[in-house]
Design a protein around this ligand. Structure first.
Ligand code: NAP
Ligand code: MG
Length: 403
């Protein structure tokens, strides 16, 4: 069998712990035997980030910007315990945060549907994709606790010396305050990423916020989406037969619960944080979730939505074989390969990605799966296997499909 030849390399960002172990298994068993794999490799493992003063993360993000397609393994975001465990020079920032800031993107997350792992919501037949704005609001807030009566005001001082003022509240006693912001350019790129992704995946897009209560803040989000839609996307979307609509967040929640799925739900930062956990758990698990960061200038970074699965890694270090689910990481690779194939005009690469995904779902539907899925499947007598045995089973199906 001839290996598939690639043109442009994919930016490969290696990571930490159990997912780093899975990363190698996936490459050895499912990619290298079939593809003449071209990647530009960056080791984002915590040791290397520490050694390079986190410069490797910045170089990897710049490479993603330059080459357009990246695939990332889960990485540790250090906290105090990790600083001690890895004897770190600094408590390095989240690599995902760094990459997001450089690419200025929106994160899209969608569940991977398999027969036998049924959504808890009966009407859901197709995946629901959450598009989460990844900048501002309460994630960049300024807060205050006040302990006495007094007047709280919102003050904006222009660079030209002008001033805008609004009374927040006259406190008669102790209370709390919060200031949040967002930027017009960030909301615009959020909107563009959403419309681009809707066209790319051929799905309708909904956007929800609370403009009836937040008549300036949320209303601005709504207005920007509407303007970008009308000025830049209406024609292309109509041509593609897909629609955009805005609705209140409460109405969106009610509609989502009664829907069949098969659309993109664009959410402000906090709503996206909360709703993506609800959607993923109602569909099954984080290990069955794809995640892609799309930048407004058309850069794609694919990853798994879960973390490094630390608890399994410690068991692995003790010599135990673990049954960690590699599906989301496999789909990160198939997403990147398919996108590279489509950009470079290599249909074999796109077909390969489809076949690999089908081999994964066929394996699970045949009753062979990792422990997390075996615990929730409706398939009778599922066979729980180790990660490696699961991947080898997928390989058998893939070989049969590629012959
Ligand atoms: P996690 O790695 O997602 O794991 C939490 C628990 O979820 C696991 O202990 C496991 O449960 C289950 N789980 C997650 N993925 C699984 C999989 N593929 N197969 C089977 N079970 C899976 O989250 P965490 O333990 O909170 O975080 C660990 C590290 O990951 C942290 O250092 C964090 O900074 C990092 N993190 C990275 C990313 C990223 O790079 N995208 C995202 C989130 C967290 P059981 O133990 O019950 O089996
Ligand atoms: Mg969350």
């Amino acid at each position: 069998m001839d290996k598939i030849i690639m043109k442009t390399p994919i930016v490969e960002m290696d990571g930490d712990e159990m997912t780093r172990v899975l990363w190698k298994m996936i490459k050895d068993e499912l990619l290298l035997p079939f593809i003449d794999l071209k990647t530009e490799y960056y080791d984002l493992g915590l040791k290397e980030r520490d050694k390079t003063g986190d410069e490797v993360t910045f170089r990897a993000a710049e490479a993603a910007k330059r080459l357009g397609v990246a695939v990332k393994c889960a990485t540790i975001t250090p906290n105090a315990a990790r600083v001690e465990e890895y004897d770190l020079h600094e408590m390095w920032k989240s690599p995902n945060g760094t990459i997001r800031a450089i690419l200025d993107g929106t994160v899209f997350r969608a569940p991977i549907l398999v027969k036998g792992i049924e959504p808890n919501v009966r009407t859901w037949k197709k995946p629901i994709t959450i598009a989460r704005h990844a900048y501002g609001d309460i994630y960049r807030n300024v807060e205050m606790v006040v302990d006495r009566p007094g007047k709280a005001e919102l003050v904006f001082t222009g660079q030209d010396g002008t001033e805008q003022r609004a009374l927040i509240h006259e406190f008669q006693g102790p209370g709390i305050l919060q200031g949040v912001h967002n930027r017009e350019d960030s909301i615009e790129s959020f909107a563009r990423s959403c419309f681009e992704f809707a066209i790319d995946t051929h799905q309708d897009i909904w956007f929800s916020a609370k403009d009836t209560i937040s008549k300036q803040y949320d209303h601005t989000f709504k207005d920007i989406f509407q303007r970008i839609y009308e000025e830049e996307y209406e024609g292309r979307m109509k041509e593609a037969g897909i629609t955009y609509f805005y609705t209140l967040i409460d109405d969106a929640v009610a509609r989502v619960m009664k829907s069949e799925g098969g659309f993109i739900w664009a959410c402000k930062n906090y709503d996206g944080d909360v709703m993506s956990d609800m959607i993923s758990s109602a569909f099954g698990s984080l290990a069955m979730m794809t995640s892609v960061l799309v930048s407004p200038d058309g850069c794609f970074e694919y990853e798994a939505a879960h973390g490094t699965v630390q608890r399994h890694y410690y068991r692995y270090l003790k010599g135990e074989e673990t049954s960690t689910n590699p599906v989301a990481t496999i789909y990160a690779w198939t997403g990147a390969l398919r996108k590279r194939g489509s950009l470079d005009g290599i249909p074999e690469l796109e077909t390969f990605a489809d076949r690999l995904e089908k081999a994964v779902t066929d394996t699970i539907e045949s009753g062979i799966m990792t422990g997390d899925l075996a615990r929730m499947t409706l398939i009778p007598n599922p066979k729980t296997v180790t990660s490696l045995a699961f991947i080898r089973e997928i390989r058998k199906k893939l070989e049969a499909a590629c012959l």
